[in-house]
Design a protein around this ligand. Structure first.
Ligand SMILES: NC(=O)c1ccc[n+]([C@@H]2O[C@H](COP(=O)([O-])OP(=O)(O)OC[C@H]3O[C@@H](n4cnc5c(N)ncnc54)[C@H](O)[C@@H]3O)[C@@H](O)[C@H]2O)c1
Length: 216
């Protein structure tokens, strides 16, 4: 069965990459592109969609998701920097959220969590392009949450960067650095497509983190 997919934020940096990835997948059909820049509202695309993928802005992602659930449409959220708490009690369809859809980033978070149990202290440096609206990044916040101890986060915003993170550990006479780089936005697409295919079958909602689909 072909899943019908609409993209919210379709004119944005991530949205354009999602549109291309959905169009290239044989088992998915792109049925809508919502974005104020295209003059298309989310409400206009919900009637034809089984799943919406949201890469918009921190100030609109929650309202978009609630609108999808009201319409009985599943939603995969990549937007970061908003509080998803109200989605815990929302019903109508399933929600999947990931602060980072790159499989290498999920592995970085997992290895950092493991290392934090054995090393005395750690700090995170996250580096992103200068168009990113939120700081610290959702990935850095989630990494710190998964690690033991109090982990300071430093944010760098520069043109030329995409999405990068170093987790640096220190202990007696030794350090360990775990580094992950998303060099292009295509790095996020395999993870986004896994989430799109799996979100209709989730047995709980919301599910937060690609690790639950990869390892769970
Ligand atoms: N989870 C991940 O793996 C991941 C990876 C990269 C970026 N992100 C996040 O994705 C989000 C988007 O990033 P970007 O670089 O593509 O931003 P962007 O500014 O390039 O694109 C956002 C788009 O959303 C549109 N938009 C605004 N309000 C809207 C609404 N109500 N409905 C539909 N569209 C709307 C804007 O017009 C814009 O085209 C950010 O929160 C970013 O942090 C997440």
């Amino acid at each position: 069965m072909t899943l019908r997919v609409a993209v919210a934020g379709a004119a944005g940096r991530m949205g354009q990459a999602v549109v291309a990835a959905v169009e290239a997948a044989d088992d998915l059909q792109l049925t809508g592109k919502a974005d104020p820049q295209l003059g298309v509202a989310l409400a206009d695309v919900l009637g034809d969609a089984d799943v919406v993928v949201d890469f918009t802005r921190p100030d609109t992602a929650l309202a978009n998701a609630l609108q999808c659930l009201d319409a009985g449409v599943h939603v995969v959220i990549g937007t970061t920097g908003f509080d998803p708490e109200p989605l815990r009690t929302a019903t109508g369809a399933n929600v999947f959220i990931a602060p980072n859809f790159a499989i290498s980033a999920v592995l970085m978070m997992r290895f950092a969590a493991e290392a934090s149990r054995h090393m005395a202290k750690a700090e995170i440096i996250e580096l992103h392009h200068d168009g990113k609206l939120d700081a610290p990044s959702g990935t850095a916040a989630r990494t710190a949450e998964l690690m033991e101890g109090d982990v300071p986060i430093h944010s760098v915003r520069l043109p030329g960067l995409v999405a990068h993170q170093e987790v640096i550990f220190g202990d007696v006479g030794q350090t360990l650095t775990i580094r992950q780089d998303s060099l292009t936005r295509e790095s996020f697409m395999p993870g986004v497509l896994i989430a799109v295919r799996r979100v209709p079958q989730l047995t709980e909602s919301p599910v937060v983190g690609l690790e639950h689909l990869l390892f769970g």
